[in-house]
Design a protein around this ligand. Sequence first.
Ligand code: TPP
Ligand code: SF4
Ligand code: MG
Length: 283
Amino acid sequence: MVTVKDFIGEESAWCPGCGNFGILIALQKAVVELNLEPQQILFVSGIGQASKLPHYIRGHIFNGLHGRAIPPAIAAKLVNHEIKVIITDGDGGTYGEGGNHFIHAIRRNPDITLIVHNNQIYGLTKGQASPTTDQGVVTKIQAHGVPVPAFNPLAVAIALNASFVARGFVGEPEQLKNLIKQGIQHQGLSLIDVLQPCVSFNKINTYQWYRQRAYKLPDDYNPKDKAKAMEKANEWGDHIPLGLLYLNLRPVYEEQIPVLKNGPLVKQPVDVSKIAQVLEEFC
Ligand SMILES: Cc1ncc(C[n+]2csc(CCOP(=O)(O)OP(=O)(O)O)c2C)c(N)n1
Ligand code: SF4
Ligand SMILES: [Mg+2]
């Protein structure tokens, strides 16, 4: 039987009070409650504060480039679809430089859990605006305020018929843990956007700011109602909904790839003579 101790990794370099700790703890508890073992999980990230998380937990890890967590995660899932693949990445990496991968991953719907640490800022590089920084917010670089409206990841995901779209908040640890558990169990891409205060570089979207605005969707909320989900995804400012906004069960990418019907690629025999035949066609 695994315990949280089995998922304790390296000592963290995050600032004291950083919201990332809440995500790490929720994730550790979620995988333990699902009785997963470290060797059954691949944690994938890019570059950023959020992307350090795989170092602080135990499991297989792949630490890629900034904005490029999704492609290696999909590749790994295709090679071994028996492994659980969990991405932990920032709002900058996922919605900015990795925005194209975000869009096409939603379209493909691989069975991957995508946890986005949304601190509405570039934390690692010390506080520039990210795609989710609200319009008008002043930073050291955006000295006159961010001139354009923020990117709305949940609305984009719902518009693209994503299969699982949720928002959590580190100030609601039990709900966050349960959303992560649901996301891991969900068959398909599960987006869990997490409100994660950056105590050092985002002095606006603080724990208090989120606490004053965030509210849990009621128990009778129906996540299969797309119009309602879109309405909720567009709520921001004075009221910010938390929970599973949208659920749209649809086929998983891995199931559409004929060669994977014979089992994970890693377990399939490789006939080297066939590779030679293919290469010969190019000679
Ligand atoms: C290809 C590339 N572009 C830009 C950078 C610089 N860079 C590193 S982290 C980062 C932003 C991180 O912000 P976010 O993804 O929101 O993560 P956070 O640190 O806030 O968790 C940037 C711009 C880089 N390392 N590589
Ligand atoms: S800079 Fe912000 S996101 Fe990075 S560790 Fe410190 S508080 Fe967390
Ligand atoms: Mg960020």
